[in-house]
Write a protein that binds this ligand. Structure first.
Ligand code: PXP
Length: 270
C-alpha cells in the first residue's frame, strides 16, 4: 500500500499568519525521509492554502511524485498542463465547504471531464477521478478515460467517528449520523462493502484504485484490508499528529499502519 501525504495543512498554518512559514516544500523532504511514496497537494480555486508558487516549487524540487488535486476549471487546467505534475486528481469544489465533501458528479459533468482528461493526457499526465464509491461511478470513470479512481472515504470515516466518539451532534456535516449504535454499525458495514465492491470493479475494468478523505490512525485497518486499493492519500490526521510528535514520526507511524503484514491484520474488521 502506497502512502500519499497531503501537505495542504502546512500551508493552512502558514496562511493563519499570512507570512512565509511553515513552508509546505520543507514537508516534502521530511516525507521522503520518513518513507512516504508521494506528495499530494490541492490547488483550490480560492487558494486558501496551497498557492501557485507552492505547486511550482514542489513540482520542481520534490524527490517524490506529486499528485495535484484540482477542480475542473479552465484556468486551473491551463496552469497544471504547463507544470506537468506526475498526477492530476480531479475533485469537486465548493467555495464554502470546509473540505472536499463528496466525490465528482460524473454523470452531470461527463463531457467536461472527458475533455479535461484528454488535455492532461496530451501532456503526459497520469489522471485520477475522486468519486463516491459505487460500481456505476467506477465504470463511468473508465468510460471517460481516467487512468485511476480515488474512492471518497469521508462517509466511512464519519460513521467510524460517530461510533467511536461522543462528538458534539452539531459538528458540521455529521449530524445525520447521530443514530443508534446498531444502525451505525450496519451503515458502516454497508459503506465498507460498497468501498470493497467499487475497488474490485476498478481492478476488473483495469483502473488503479486509491482511497482517501478522513482516514486516520484509528480507522485505517478496514481500508487496508481491501486488497484492490493500492494507495491512500492522507492529510489532516497526519498533520494533526505531527503537531505533537513531529512530521517525520507522524508519517512513519502512518506508514507502519499502511503495511500489509502479519502484525497488521489483513482481514475485514472494524
Ligand atoms: N484525497 C482527496 C482527493 C482529497 O480531496 C483530500 C482532502 O484534501 C484527501 C485525500 C485527504 O483528506 P484528509 O485531509 O481528510 O486526510
Amino acid at each position: 500500500m502506497r502512502l500519499g501525504v497531503n501537505v495542504d495543512h502546512i500551508a493552512t498554518l502558514r496562511e493563519a499568519r499570512a507570512i512565509n512559514e511553515p513552508n509546505p516544500l520543507e514537508a516534502v523532504f521530511v516525507a521522503k525521509n520518513a518513507g512516504a511514496h508521494q506528495i499530494t497537494i490541492h490547488l483550490r480555486e480560492d487558494r486558501r492554502h496551497i498557492h501557485d508558487s507552492d505547486v511550482r516549487s514542489i513540482i520542481a524540487q520534490s524527490p517524490l511524485p506529486v499528485n495535484v488535486e484540482c477542480a475542473l476549471t479552465e484556468s486551473i487546467t491551463e496552469i497544471l498542463c504547463a507544470l506537468t505534475p506526475h498526477r492530476i486528481t480531479l475533485v469537486p469544489e465548493k467555495r464554502q465547504e470546509v473540505t472536499t465533501e463528496g466525490g465528482l458528479d460524473l454523470k452531470a459533468h461527463q463531457d467536461s471531464i472527458a475533455r479535461t482528461l484528454s488535455r492532461y493526457h496530451a501532456h503526459g499526465i497520469h489522471t485520477a477521478l475522486f468519486i463516491d464509491p459505487s460500481v456505476e461511478n467506477v465504470t463511468l470513470a473508465k468510460e471517460l478515460g481516467a487512468h485511476c479512481v480515488e474512492l471518497h472515504t469521508g462517509k466511512y470515516a464519519n460513521l467510524h467517528l460517530m461510533r467511536s466518539s461522543n462528538l458534539p451532534k452539531t459538528h458540521h456535516s455529521l449530524s445525520e449520523f447521530a443514530l443508534p449504535a446498531s444502525e451505525l454499525e450496519s451503515l458502516l458495514d454497508s459503506e465498507l462493502t460498497l468501498l470493497a465492491n467499487s475497488a474490485k470493479t476498478a481492478r476488473e475494468v483495469g483502473l488503479e484504485c486509491f482511497a482517501g478523505h478522513g482516514l486516520n490512525y484509528q480507522n485505517i485497518a478496514p481500508i487496508r484490508a481491501i486488497d484492490e486499493i493500492s494507495e491512500l492519500n492522507i492529510g489532516h490526521s497526519i498533520i494533526a499528529r505531527a503537531v505533537f510528535v513531529g512530521l517525520e514520526r507522524a508519517i512513519a507511524d502512518m506508514l507502519t499502519l499502511c503495511r500489509r503484514t502479519p502484525q497488521n491484520p489483513h482481514h475485514r474488521q472494524t
